[in-house]
Design a protein around this ligand. Structure first.
Ligand SMILES: [Zn+2]
Length: 430
C-alpha cells in the first residue's frame, strides 16, 4: 500500500524524538535546513525584515519559530500555531540505584498522566540530557541509549490471579523500578558511573540528568490497508510535526501580511506552569519583541492575531463507542477535529470555529467536531492558557487518536497531510 509521504515523515520525526529535548533539537535541525536562523534571548537586537526566518529556544524543551510577514506585526498580527513537545513517561530519579533480592533496579518517577499498565514488558531505552563539567564551566548534551536496557516485568498471571477481572494496579513507588542488571553489589553512584561511560566523560564530571525511559520499537504503519499509525508520543509530537511541516511548506506560498509563528512548549502534561511552559513568559516575551518591543505594539498585534492550539483528539473507539457523545464521534482519517468546550477547556468560540471551518473548506480539507460527553470531565490544552494570557482569539484542533498517554498510541495514516494542508492555509489567512 502506498502511504502518504507526510505521514512517513511524521514517523521519522517521532523516531528522532524520544524526549521533548530531542523533539526540539529535531525541530531546530529541520528549521535550519529550511533557512531559519537561531537567535538568542540575550541578544539585544533580532532581525525584523519582511520575510526574515528565525527561531529561539528556551530550556531545551520549548522552541518558537517565526517568519516575518510582509506587513509589521502591529498592523497585520500573528498567525500562531501552538503545540507541546512533552509526553507522559517515566523518568530516572536523582539517586536511582536500588538493590533487591540480587537484582539492580532503577528508581523511577512518573511524568504527567502516564497510562501505567502499558509500560510493563516493553523494550525500554534511555534518553534525555546530561549536564557535565566542561573545564571551569559546564555543558548540557543530549544522550540516547537506543537499546532495550531496561525492563518493567509484569507479574505472572499465576501470581496475580485477579488481574483480568480487577485490572492491572501498579503502585508507582514499589512496582515501577526498572530491572537493568543482575548480581551487582551495592555501589553508591553505580548508575552515574555507567552514564558517564555512555556520555564518554569521567564519573565525577556528571553533574546531573533529565532521563526518560522510552520504547525502542520504531513507529509503524498498520492495519489491513495501512490505514493506521502505531507510535509513541502521537500526543503531541503529531501536532508539532504538522505545525512545523505547514510552516516550512508555506514558504512556497504568496508571502502573507501576517507573521507566521510556530510555538512548541514543554511541560503541558504537568500543567504548563514553568519558565518555558505555555503559562510562562516565553511566548509573550518573544512576540512582544517581534511586534516592535512596546506594550502598545504587542496589544495592537494581538488584537489582529489568531491562535491555532493543536493537540490530539479522542477518536471514537469501536469497543467503547458509548464513551463519546453520539453526535460528536471523530473518526480516524476523517480530517482535523475542532474541539469545543462550553466552560473554556478549549479556546474555541463561535466566531473562531467559523473561521477554522472556512480555512478547512478553502484548503479542501474535511472538518470534524468534538465535544466531551456531558457527564465526563474534559481534558485541556495550551489553548485556553495562551488565549487568556495574551488575549488572543483562537481555536483548539487536533487529529483523532486512540489510547492517549499509552506508551504506544494509534492514529490515522491519512490525517497528517489533511492537518498540514489546513495549517498551511491558516498561515496565509486573512
Ligand atoms: Zn496533549
Amino acid at each position: 500500500m502506498s502511504v502518504p509521504a507526510e505521514t512517513a515523515d511524521l514517523l521519522a520525526y517521532i523516531e528522532a524524538s524520544p524526549t521533548p529535548w530531542h523533539c526540539v533539537a529535531e525541530t531546530a535541525a529541520r528549521l535550519e535546513a529550511a533557512g531559519y536562523t537561531s537567535v538568542d534571548e540575550t541578544a539585544k537586537d533580532w532581525p525584523g525584515d519582511a520575510g526574515a526566518k528565525l527561531y529561539v529556544t528556551r530550556g531545551d524543551g520549548s522552541i518558537i519559530a517565526w517568519r516575518m510577514g510582509s506587513a509589521p506585526p502591529a498592523d497585520a498580527g500573528f498567525r500562531v500555531i501552538g503545540a507541546h513537545t512533552d509526553s507522559p513517561n517515566l523518568r530516572v530519579k536523582p539517586k536511582p540505584d536500588r538493590h533487591n533480592v540480587g537484582y539492580h533496579t532503577l528508581g523511577l518517577e512518573t511524568y504527567g498522566g502516564v497510562l501505567l499498565a502499558t509500560w510493563p514488558d516493553r523494550d525500554l531505552g534511555l534518553a534525555g540530557r546530561v549536564t557535565v563539567t566542561d573545564g571551569d564551566a559546564m555543558r548540557t548534551e543530549l544522550i540516547r541509549v537506543d537499546r532495550p536496557i531496561c525492563r518493567i516485568p509484569n507479574l505472572s498471571i499465576h501470581l496475580n490471579r485477579g488481574v483480568n477481572k480487577d485490572g492491572l494496579i501498579l503502585n508507582k513507588q514499589t512496582h515501577l523500578p526498572a530491572v537493568w542488571a543482575i548480581g551487582d553489589t551495592e555501589t553508591p553512584g553505580a548508575f552515574a558511573a555507567w552514564l558517564a561511560g555512555e556520555a564518554e566523560v569521567a564519573t565525577d564530571d556528571v553533574l546531573g540528568w533529565d532521563l526518560c525511559l522510552y520504547d525502542v520499537q520504531p513507529p509503524a504503519f498498520g492495519g489491513r490497508d495501512d490505514a493506521f499509525i502505531f507510535a509513541p508520543r502521537l500526543d503531541n509530537q503529531h501536532s508539532c510535526h504538522s505545525g512545523l511541516s505547514a510552516l516550512l511548506a508555506s514558504d512556497e506560498d504568496d508571502a502573507p501580511k501576517a507573521t507566521s509563528v510556530l510555538a512548541l512548549f514543554d511541560h503541558e502534561e504537568i500543567g504548563s506552569r514553568s519558565s518555558r511552559g505555555a503559562q510562562g513568559s516565553f511566548l509573550r516575551d518573544v512576540l512582544t519583541r517581534v511586534a516592535g518591543g512596546t506594550a502598545s505594539d504587542m496589544a495592537r498585534a494581538t488584537a489582529s492575531s489568531f491562535l491555532v492550539s493543536a493537540d490530539m483528539s479522542h477518536g471514537v473507539h469501536p469497543n467503547y463507542a458509548d464513551k463519546h457523545d453520539p453526535q460528536h464521534r471523530p473518526m480516524m482519517n476523517g480530517g482535523p477535529v475542532l474541539k469545543t468546550h462550553n466552560e473554556w477547556r478549549y479556546a474555541t468560540d463561535v466566531e473562531s470555529s467559523a473561521t477554522w471551518r472556512a480555512i478547512c473548506r478553502d484548503a479542501g480539507v474535511p472538518c470534524q467536531e468534538f465535544v466531551n460527553r456531558t457527564d465526563l470531565a474534559c481534558g485541556s490544552t495550551i489553548g485556553p492558557i495562551v488565549a487568556s494570557s495574551l488575549g488572543m482569539k483562537g481555536v483548539d484542533v487536533g487529529c483523532a487518536q486512540w489510547s492517549m498517554h499509552s506508551i504506544r498510541e494509534t492514529g490515522g495514516a491519512e490525517d497528517p497531510p489533511l492537518m498540514i494542508a489546513a495549517m498551511r492555509r491558516f498561515f496565509g489567512w486573512g
